[in-house]
Ligand binder design. Structure first.
Ligand code: HEC
Length: 143
């Protein structure tokens, strides 16, 4: 019985070594070896979880951020403060301006789609989703 158990355990360790490219330590050091092994596995699981979590978060944030940075930032500014050359020249209002803050998300989407003041219409140039996401991102600056 105990011999069988040993054999089984040995082949398990061999498999693990093959998978992780580790050197053989079967026999006396077995207990500490398997401890190290489970630590390694635990670390890898934790690392995978962190990577997955970070990936989800940054994906959710970047949908509108990327469009905003590429298409809107030169006039509305990195933080919506219209503190760029073009923003100042066109007298773009900062996102914190009461008039801008008073606009609903729908009104803002409408302004971007049809254009307002000196801002061109973006309908057809950007997809509806891109406009909506860029507006959502812009709205984070007025909070
Ligand atoms: C070439 C400069 C320019 C670019 C690029 C630009 N805007 Fe504008 N935007 C303006 C100007 C000018 C106004 C009108 C400001 C006014 O008359 O009060 C405006 C108005 C707006 C408004 C209405 C609220 C306000 O601030 O008056 C929103 C919302 C808006 N822009 C969002 C965007 C988004 C989202 C993008 C990118 C897809 C974008 N803008 C790109 C210049 C620009």
């Amino acid at each position: 019985m105990s011999v069988r158990y040993m054999q089984c355990n040995k082949s398990f360790l061999k498999e693990q070594e093959a998978a992780y490219g580790a050197t053989a330590h079967i026999g006396r050091e077995k207990p500490s070896r398997s401890k190290t092994m489970s630590k390694t596995i635990r670390f890898q699981v934790a690392l995978a979880a962190v990577v997955l979590f970070a990936g989800t978060v940054s994906f959710a944030q970047s949908a509108g951020e990327a469009t905003y940075k590429a298409k809107c930032q030169m006039c509305h500014g990195a933080k919506g403060m219209a503190d760029t050359g073009a923003g100042k020249a066109m007298k773009v209002k900062p996102a914190t301006n009461p008039e801008v803050k008073a606009l609903s998300e729908e009104k803002m989407i409408d302004a971007v789609e049809k254009g307002t003041g000196k801002m061109q219409a973006y309908k057809g140039k950007l997809t509806d989703a891109e406009i909506k996401d860029a507006v959502s991102y812009f709205r984070t600056f007025s909070k």
